[in-house]
Design a protein around this ligand. Structure first.
Ligand code: ATP
Length: 229
């Protein structure tokens, strides 16, 4: 890793199939940063996040995420990169047929955890962090939208990631619940995990001023001023 950068992209071109979506992207994100990622529909926000988590290949330019070189990242390294990244989407994507506890433990077993005591302790630990320790045994449908999104954030924290990438994490939530989720993500960043949140919600950006990155006209603008939003 270079210095304390968690993400570093230099002159990266980003493609969806053969179409160039973003060109000459330069981006750096450091430990504990909280960054808003904005831009119109189709401007390339999700594509940018996908390059960072290894879902779109980086074939032009140079990039690093969590100590991994993204340039032609071998397929076998992708699961290891993903353990250092927590990913949170708009639709909660919890497994609906099992409890909160078993949702979390499913992911832990899939990522190499075997010791039952450590698994049980970590489950409680991440639920504590998101304020949902008492919901351990609940099924997803017994939780509110905001609570389900908190479980998704707890799941993203399981492997103690260096960064959380959140793509429209409040897209399905009411304004008050959205603010609670953003506050939680802010607290996570203050504890040292970088957080990137892609959003269309300008109200929430104004409520929680922070660094802003914008996808616009095929470019990524770093450090946009709130007044320009
Ligand atoms: N799987 C795909 N195959 C081909 N083109 C795609 C694919 N996904 C996205 N695109 C195209 O790439 C461009 C960027 O899309 P992307 O989803 O990154 O934008 P976005 O800013 O995240 O949009 P939104 O705010 O609507 O989520 C768009 O023109 C889109 O149509």
């Amino acid at each position: 890793m270079i210095g304390k950068s968690i993400i570093k992209l230099n002159n990266v071109d980003i493609f969806q199939q053969k179409n160039k979506v973003l060109s000459k992207v330069n981006l750096h994100i450091d430990k504990g940063d909280f960054v808003w990622l904005i831009g119109q529909t189709g401007s390339g926000k999700s594509s940018l996040l996908k390059v960072i988590y290894g879902d779109l290949p980086l074939t032009i330019g140079d990039g690093h995420a969590c100590g991994y070189s993204l340039f032609k990242l071998p397929e076998k390294d992708i699961p290891f990169l993903r353990r250092k990244l927590g990913i949170v989407f708009q639709d909660f994507q919890l497994l609906t047929d099992r409890s909160v506890e078993h949702n979390l433990q499913f992911v832990m077993r899939a990522t190499g955890w075997t010791d039952p005591k450590l698994i049980a302790d970590r489950t409680l630990d991440v639920l504590e962090k998101v304020g949902l320790r008492s919901k351990l045994k609940k099924m997803p449908h017994e939780l509110s939208g905001g609570e389900q999104q908190r479980v998704v954030i707890a799941r993203a924290l399981l492997n103690d990631p260096e960064i959380i990438l959140a793509d429209e994490p409040t897209g399905n939530l009411d304004p008050e619940t959205s603010e609670e989720i953003v506050l939680l993500l802010k607290q996570i960043s203050q504890a040292g995990t970088a957080v990137v949140v892609a959003t269309h919600d300008y109200h929430i950006i104004r409520a929680f001023p922070s660094r802003i990155i914008k996808c616009e006209a095929g470019k990524v603008l770093e450090d946009v001023q709130l007044a320009q939003v």
